[in-house]
Design a protein around this ligand. Structure first.
Ligand SMILES: NC(=O)c1ccc[n+]([C@@H]2O[C@H](COP(=O)([O-])OP(=O)(O)OC[C@H]3O[C@@H](n4cnc5c(N)ncnc54)[C@H](O)[C@@H]3O)[C@@H](O)[C@H]2O)c1
Ligand SMILES: Nc1nc(=O)c(N)c(NC[C@H](O)[C@H](O)[C@H](O)COP(=O)(O)O)[nH]1
Length: 249
């Protein structure tokens, strides 16, 4: 039975089982949003400092999902707050990728309209290819600063046009895409109809704070809301991982 727009198995399983799946994009890209959320729905504190919400087992799950992916995507807000590296941490998983003729690490993608990604950001090191998705608002100076460190994708006038940017990434062969956050980017991806699957680890913390980032920030939906089909609930560490398919709009 073809898996409609949602992967019930790991990526390799999907390929070996020959299941067909379709994505919200015109052809093969499959976008999985994966985040860790406190019991009260926050991604970090109001100070936007990184807070460990995942336990050891969930961090390992995230590492496996990265290893299964062609690209890991974050917004520049996350780069500025956490200076993430976004590589596969487990040596065996990296070796398996190389054995499968894949780069040791998935590509890294930053959604960053004006090119605010610092040139000394960990995400720009040589551990993996990095794409910086800019809009036309990015200055010549910022483009020149980033050009030597990353592949530049330009889409959109003010904010990054996510549909066009993701279509360009797909042309680069990036089909299995994992989005780690943050809340602004996750909302925009849902708003653009680009999300196929949502996996959330809900961890044993209360963070609170009316200004703390949540799973989906941005403008918010007011009349029509993305609909989710629950695929699985798995207990992990002292929390749970919920996996939803995003229903076609
Ligand atoms: N717990 C988790 O799983 C997790 C994961 C990632 C980030 N975080 C946290 O989230 C916070 C950062 O999230 P955030 O919401 O501030 O920033 P973000 O990472 O979502 O980046 C948003 C920024 O991306 C840029 N952008 C360009 N085009 C855009 C578009 N079309 N749509 C949306 N953004 C666009 C804008 O500058 C925007 O401000 C940090 O505190 C970080 O620690 C938590
Ligand atoms: N899965 C997950 N559990 C958490 O408890 C937590 N705080 C994050 N937060 C995501 C983090 O803010 C960055 O997006 C990168 O996940 C960091 O990546 P590196 O470890 O530097 O590769 N993510």
């Amino acid at each position: 039975m073809p898996v409609d727009n949602c992967v019930e198995f790991g990526w390799q399983d999907l390929e070996t089982r020959g299941f067909l799946y379709h994505s919200h994009l015109t052809t093969g890209m499959h976008v999985v949003v994966n985040a860790a959320m406190s019991a009260d729905g926050k991604l970090s504190s109001r100070r936007r400092e990184q807070i460990a919400i995942s336990g050891e087992a969930d961090f390992e799950r995230v590492d496996r999902l990265r290893a299964d992916s062609d690209a890991v995507v974050v917004g520049v807000g996350t780069v500025l707050a956490d200076d993430p590296h976004l590589i596969v941490k487990d040596d065996t998983l990296r070796a398996q990728r190389r054995e499968n003729d894949r780069p040791a690490n998935p590509a890294r993608v930053v959604v960053d309209s004006s090119g605010r990604t610092p040139t000394d950001a960990a995400i720009l090191d040589d551990a993996a290819t990095t794409y910086v998705c800019l809009s036309e608002a990015a200055s010549v100076e910022r483009r020149a600063a980033l050009a030597g460190r990353a592949e530049l994708v330009t889409a959109g006038d003010e904010r990054v046009d996510l549909l066009r940017a993701f279509a360009t990434l797909q042309e680069q062969g990036l089909e299995q895409v994992m989005v780690e956050g943050g809340g602004e980017l996750i909302f925009s991806l849902f708003d653009a109809g680009l999300v196929d699957e949502l996996r959330v680890f809900i961890g044993p913390k209360i963070i609170g704070g009316r200004d703390a980032p949540t799973l989906a920030d941005g403008e918010g939906f007011v009349t029509e809301f993305p609909s989710l089909d629950l695929e699985s609930v798995d207990r992990l560490d002292d929390g749970v991982v919920l996996t939803w398919c995003v229903a076609d709009r």
